[in-house]
Design a protein around this ligand. Structure first.
Ligand SMILES: [Zn+2]
Length: 396
């Protein structure tokens, strides 16, 4: 018995020696320390997903240091190499996320694990740890964001300015219809907005200083995020969304209304964002925009003033082109109407009339009326763009 214990001890010693020989003394020392404190193990993969962020969470048995994670990006594939970290088993998860297709945890050895993320497009990501707290274990969080949010716009020199025209609705989303709630409506908002939008483009195209980008030119459904992405990617100097209202309870309401982002709406979001110290998303039927405590002051203040200027220029010009009485002026977007903006880009929403008002309804489908409104909108945009160029020159 004693003999056996002895030889077992010998064997262990020899093994240790071999290890030291193979891996070098220092490595072995560090390795033994890690063993003493028990190295962390990845237990589980969870995720949550919104249009703007997909969060992948790896639950771990103990703290993982950021420096033990190495990352390698190859196109749409992100490899995370965890040194000194194990995994309970191989885990493969298909994600229902617009940003990430699949996550795979691959144990390489008991203390080395690779995590593979397959993204749908090359996106931006961020990795950080969350301390264990209450019953929650230590977590490694990988946030993946759509690339367009980071788009940095170079300061474009006059005269090339970009205007994004956004005809509301389209495809499976008809917008407001007449008769209200009819299954086979005679009038659908999506056609009015497209027709006016294309006419605005026609007028703006005559101006060589302006490049026009449309969010749609056909009867197709374009999701909100896509519209926001188009505005952000094109580094729009102005974003103009075109709609037509419906107010079945107030058939007497009529005329054109220009909406701009409301400082009150922003103030509320700002308050909430600060209170919970994380990003807040506001959406309307046109777009969504994110407000994060860090970005609040930077992005929103300037855009308010600029959105107001854009709205004023359009209203002034509409009054000149369409019967003055028909122009309701500028309103702040409130809750359910709403707007929004991609940070830093002045945006307005134009309700070109009420489908529920008999006179507006008759006019809105007529070519001459759409031309008048389009010309009014286009000239307002041109004036606003001109004012930008003036400022740019003064700055130089
Ligand atoms: Zn609409």
């Amino acid at each position: 018995m004693l003999e056996f214990a002895k030889s077992f001890g010998e064997r262990m010693k020899r093994r240790e020696l071999l290890k030291t020989f193979l891996f070098g003394g220092l490595f072995d020392l560090v390795g033994r320390e890690a063993e003493a404190s028990k190295h962390p193990i990845i237990l589980r993969v969870r995720y949550s997903s919104t249009e703007e962020r997909t969060r992948i969470v790896l639950d771990c048995t103990s703290t993982v240091l950021r420096r033990s994670i190495r990352e390698k990006v190859k196109g749409k594939i992100v490899w995370l190499d965890f040194h000194g970290v194990g995994a309970v088993r191989r885990i493969k998860k298909q994600l229902k996320s617009p940003l990430v297709k699949e996550v795979e945890v691959l144990p390489i050895t008991s203390r080395r694990t690779k995590v593979k993320l397959v993204l749908r497009e090359p996106h931006r990501f961020r990795i950080f740890g969350l301390k264990s707290c209450g019953r929650r274990p230590f977590r490694i969080v990988i946030d993946v964001f759509p690339e367009f949010i980071t788009t940095e716009c170079e300061i474009r020199r006059a005269p090339q300015r970009v205007v994004v025209i956004d005809p509301g609705h389209g495809g499976k989303d008809p917008g407001a219809v007449w008769p209200v709630r009819s299954r086979h409506p005679k009038i659908e908002e999506k056609w009015i907005t497209l027709s006016i939008g294309l006419k605005v483009r026609k007028y703006l195209k005559r101006n060589p200083d302006i490049k026009v980008v449309m969010t749609r030119t056909r009867d197709v459904y374009v999701p909100l995020l896509k519209r926001a992405e188009i505005a952000a990617k094109s580094c729009a100097d102005a974003f103009v969304s075109i709609h037509a209202d419906s107010m079945p309870r107030y058939p007497q309401w009529s005329g054109v209304t220009v909406f701009k982002a409301s400082p009150r709406l922003f103030a509320k979001a700002e308050h909430t964002a600060k209170a919970v110290a994380k990003g807040i998303r506001l959406c309307n039927d046109v777009m969504c925009w994110s407000i994060s405590p860090l970005l609040i002051n930077l992005a929103t203040t300037v855009t308010f003033a600029e959105s107001s200027k854009l709205a004023e220029a359009i209203v002034r010009s509409l009054k000149a082109h369409v019967n003055d009485d028909l122009i309701n002026g500028i309103k702040d977007m409130q809750r359910n109407i709403l707007v929004l903006k991609t940070p830093g880009r002045p945006a307005v929403l134009i309700e070109s009339g009420f489908i529920t008002n008999p006179l507006d309804r008759e006019r809105l489908v007529k070519d001459w009326y759409q031309e008048e409104i389009a010309r009014g909108i286009a000239q307002g945009i041109e004036r606003y763009i001109q004012s930008l160029n003036t400022v740019a020159m003064v700055e130089e």
